[in-house]
Design a protein around this ligand. Structure first.
Ligand code: PLP
Ligand code: SF4
Length: 511
């Protein structure tokens, strides 16, 4: 039912774009060239995608405001930019998404819009009141594993607008050698730590010498078993995945190892099937040839991938090219990205209705990262979401407050996933974005409206929950239909027909 060209998103031909019409294939496929020619200004952006003068000036205004907050807001590799529609305000969305209601998903993820300056009051999430959990560059919230932050400079190849660590958009982030050494020292001194997440920014954007140093030092630690490398490079700069880099990782991670071999895993960050291209597949194949497994974290993003079919395509296509979906993460509540948050209830409904319809191995775990040391809390969908009699997840609109319990039994009351705004703020925000986009019905932030006293009134844009009927699911997922508008799930029901076809098939003729 799926054909080859439905697996891969087709980027625009770079030589059809004015800015790069004279670029040679050698240059294009050179990661250093890509980095040097990354889009950093609206002037460059205008030469790649269609923007009205007003849209360009609004993006400029946004960038200036973000820069004045010390952020580095815009950086897009030429490669990643070619995944964007030439007219991102009127994208071609062939997979059944309503283009009238959409902006290009790569545009949303990589170009700051005036929405980043809206909704200044995110409201409390109900963070766990806790102090630091770091020693040097090591950040620990679980007994056996920790994150090691290794970023040098602002080391991401492309900047994600929705970045959950707004820090990495911050030009000042730079983890010193001493901090890294303290982290390494701590890992070596705590024999419970059998797994390290090497993360940045982007772990593959640091210098080769630092990467080699960190991996070699990790290789010396006898109790360490697995190293997870967190990177978006395969997605935004696949040409940087070279055999030379992979050799370095493979050799360094076990260079001074005496005990059991240390396994390396890559953790990627794919949010939309438009990021799944032939170039990504080539990079994935190289990584896997070196013996590394790749798992992916998707962030559930309103306006980008909060749609049944989009999630299904994203998960199953990545699996088809060798990436295992691992987490679907609730978008973190952070100033400037409130419009990207989807209600937990909606995410749960999507996940519940994907179960069975796509393979179990292509289903990630839906989780939220709870601030202040809570760690990840599972928000799994389930066919068992009510005890005794009562309502279940889909009966009514919940307001998304919940008590969450962490893995170590801490309880967090009134965990609130959505941002807050007054009605005036909300209406003004929608007006700003409708003008920017040039039409209504595209910018649909889900925020909790509160009155002057902070009391809850209603949640916007979610008067209707997604109702996903059988028929629609079959069609959305591209299945051939049989009886009752369902795909075949039991061949015994059509034995007679199959027998006849079998008699005429090559299997019968062979005998
Ligand atoms: C996500 C995370 C981990 C890894 O958790 P898993 O559930 O094993 O993927 C470890 N440490 C920190 C600080 C994290 O945020
Ligand atoms: S690659 Fe990761 S760390 Fe870097 S900007 Fe994107 S989400 Fe943030």
């Amino acid at each position: 039912m799926e054909t080859d060209n439905q697996i891969f998103h087709e980027p625009r031909a770079y030589d059809s774009i004015d800015l790069w019409k004279d670029v040679t294939p050698e240059q294009w496929n050179d990661a250093a060239w890509q980095m040097k020619h990354s889009i950093r200004s609206v002037e460059q952006l205008k030469k790649v995608i269609k923007l009205s003068a007003f849209q360009a000036s609004e993006i400029e205004r946004t960038l200036a405001a973000l820069r004045s907050q010390g952020k580095e807001p815009l950086r897009i590799t030429p490669y990643y930019a070619t995944l964007m529609d030439s007219d991102p305000f009127h994208p071609i969305m062939p997979m059944g998404e309503k283009p009238k209601k959409r902006l290009d998903p790569i545009f949303w993820q990589s170009v700051p819009t005036p929405a980043n300056l809206l909704f200044p009051d995110t409201g409390v999430e109900g963070a766990m009141a806790e102090g630091s959990r770091s020693y040097g560059a090591a950040y620990q919230r679980y007994p056996n594993r920790l994150a090691l932050f290794v970023a040098e400079n602002t080391s991401c190849a492309s900047y994600c607008v929705h970045c959950q660590r707004a820090k990495s958009l911050d030009g000042s982030v730079d983890v010193s050698r001493t901090e890294v050494d303290k982290g390494l020292f701590y890992i070596g001194s705590n024999r419970n730590i059998n797994e390290v997440l090497v993360t940045g920014g982007d772990a593959l954007m640091i210098s080769r010498s630092r990467l080699q140093y960190i991996l070699e030092e990790l290789s010396r630690i006898p109790h360490l078993r697995a190293i997870r490398i967190a990177t978006r490079v395969p997605v935004v700069l696949p040409m940087a995945i070279t055999d030379e880099l992979l050799d370095l990782i493979e050799i360094s991670a076990n260079r001074y190892n005496n005990g059991a071999e240390k396994y390396v895993y890559f953790m990627t960050h794919i949010n939309h099937y438009h990021e799944i291209t032939k170039d990504l597949a080539v990079a994935v194949k190289k990584i896997r040839k070196h013996g590394f497994t790749i798992r992916n974290q998707t962030v559930l993003l309103n306006h980008v991938n909060d749609y049944y079919k989009t999630l299904a395509e994203t998960f199953r296509r990545m699996f088809w090219i060798g990436i295992h979906p691992y987490y679907l993460l609730q978008c973190h509540k952070e100033r400037g990205i409130v419009h990207f948050i989807t209600p937990v209830q909606v995410g749960k409904i999507y996940m519940k209705h994907l179960q069975g319809w796509i393979s179990g191995v292509t289903m990630p775990r839906y989780a939220a990262n709870v601030e202040g040391g809570g760690g990840k809390v599972l928000l799994m969908p389930s066919g068992h979401d009510t005890f005794n009699v009562g309502s279940n997840n889909e009966d009514q609109i919940s307001e998304s407050y919940a008590t969450v319990t962490t893995w170590d039994g801490k309880e967090l009351f009134n965990y609130e996933a959505l941002g807050r705004a007054t009605r005036e703020e909300f209406e003004a925000a929608v007006k700003v974005m409708d003008e920017f986009i040039g039409r209504k019905g595209v910018f649909l932030p889900k925020v909790i409206l509160v009155d002057q006293d902070g009391k809850h009134i209603e949640t916007t844009n979610r008067l209707k929950l997604p109702i996903i009927e059988k028929l629609k699911k079959s069609a959305l997922l591209g299945y051939d239909l049989f009886d009752n508008e369902m795909p075949i799930t039991n061949p015994a029901e059509i034995t007679n027909r199959l027998d006849e076809q079998f008699r005429n098939s090559k299997y019968s003729k062979q005998q």
